[in-house]
Design a protein around this ligand. Structure first.
Ligand SMILES: NC(=O)c1ccc[n+]([C@@H]2O[C@H](COP(=O)([O-])OP(=O)(O)OC[C@H]3O[C@@H](n4cnc5c(N)ncnc54)[C@H](O)[C@@H]3O)[C@@H](O)[C@H]2O)c1
Length: 373
């Protein structure tokens, strides 16, 4: 008989930072390992396909009850669950609420936590603040993708958006691609782009300059990364893209059908995006609550017979070596990253291990003895 007492570790935002949550070099390595496991199939996410991004709670478009929220920009709750195998052998979830109005309350748009559970018993192992976790893993994955897909010796990066996710994407690219030496950044808020450029040049030791148009951020770049928020998504003209460039999409952009049809198409999890597309189909036409991803365009083209599903490549298959990538062709690559709960669980697990080893965090007791066993 083993002990039935359950304790778990609580890690505040300060504690996760102390335990190394902002270590991008480690995060890129952990994401690379995660996508190797994804490529091998050693993971499970929610739903019947085991590939669901998460369970999304949609508020109604029109008021139904006093106090019940109505749909608004970025207003949602979401639970993202996953099991990850290999040395991780861990199960967990990221759970968050998001509301653009938070900005007025001096809060981030989304507030996130990650819970890790023992895969065998289900008992909680850790509950941690996950705003930084989420931003870090989101920035590390484009870095991993670029390492395998971007043109060999990529030196010029174009960033669209100068917010938190652009910051972590830049950190990810810098760690993943030592040959990178120049960055051009555009934001509709030009001052924000200028501040971003000055700060990152100093902090990351790479030359970052602000440009005053989307076109200038895209032209000449070996890698173009889109991380904007809000309703006005950047629309990329085909001829702006350098031959062979990698268009990295952790957030949506407008791209032409022609570009998609003539590019190498990579998704972080093909089935996950297909599940999304199917959820979108269930909303009536014009309903603002759909999850409009660029991948929706791909599945629409597949439905219309314009594109073969076999053209879609999984990032995991590329990282684990199931699919070979020629990095010297003129064919551009479009890499669509919706974000996967396995990434949250993997990076959370890494930081949890570090916290345990360094005695960081607060032990909380679930029970001394289960009341009803
Ligand atoms: N794929 C994933 O796993 C994942 C995870 C987290 C966030 N995201 C997405 O990343 C995006 C960025 O998130 P964030 O937290 O950095 O947002 P943010 O609001 O902090 O920053 C976004 C920036 O984009 C700028 N912007 C808006 N529209 C623009 C346009 N058309 N052209 C140029 N700049 C524009 C804004 O001025 C702002 O500075 C969001 O769309 C978010 O949903 C993706």
């Amino acid at each position: 008989v083993t002990e039935s007492r359950i304790d778990f570790l609580y890690l505040s935002e300060e504690a996760v930072i102390e335990a190394g949550m902002k270590d991008m070099a480690a995060c890129v390595d952990v994401m690379e390992e995660t996508f190797t496991l994804v490529g091998e199939g050693d993971y499970i996410m929610g739903g019947p396909t085991g590939s669901e991004h998460g369970v999304h709670m949609f508020f109604p478009v029109e008021q139904k009850f006093p106090g019940m929220p109505v749909h608004g920009p970025d207003r949602r709750f979401m639970a993202m669950i996953a099991y990850l195998g290999g040395r991780f052998n861990i199960t967990g979830e990221k759970w968050y609420g998001s509301n653009v109005e938070n900005r007025k309350r001096n809060l981030p748009r989304s507030i996130l936590v990650v819970m890790l559970n023992d895969t065998e018993t289900g008992q909680p192992l850790a509950l941690m603040s996950a705003n930084i976790l989420s931003a870090m893993r989101t920035g590390a994955v484009p870095g991993v993708a670029a390492r395998y897909i971007a043109p060999q010796d990529s030196s010029l990066l174009g960033l669209v958006g100068a917010g938190v996710i652009s910051t972590t994407c830049l950190m990810g690219f810098v760690e993943a691609l030592p040959e990178l030496d120049e960055v051009q950044v555009f934001d509709i808020d030009l001052d924000k782009a200028r501040t971003f450029a000055a700060e990152k040049t100093e902090q990351l030791g790479i030359s970052v300059r602000a440009v005053d148009s989307l076109e200038k951020a895209v032209r000449g770049a070996d890698i173009v990364n889109i991380a904007t928020s809000g309703v006005k998504k950047p629309v990329i003209e085909d001829e702006w893209l350098k031959p062979g460039a990698m268009l990295s999409l952790p957030a949506p952009a407008g791209v032409s059908e022609e570009l998609l049809l003539s590019s190498r198409l990579v998704l972080d999890d093909i089935q996950m995006h297909e599940d999304w597309y199917e959820v979108d189909q269930q909303f009536p036409e014009g309903d603002p609550r759909g999850i409009k991803m660029v991948s929706g365009e791909l599945f629409r083209m597949i439905d219309e017979g314009k594109l073969e599903r076999e053209r879609l490549l999984g990032l995991g298959d590329i990282v684990c070596g199931n699919v070979e990538i020629n990095r010297t062709t003129a064919e551009p690559s479009v890499v669509i990253m919706g974000g996967m709960p396995v990434e949250d669980v993997a990076w959370g697990y890494h930081v949890y291990q570090q916290a345990k080893a360094q005695g960081i965090g607060q032990k909380l007791t679930l029970w001394e003895e289960p009341h009803w066993a």
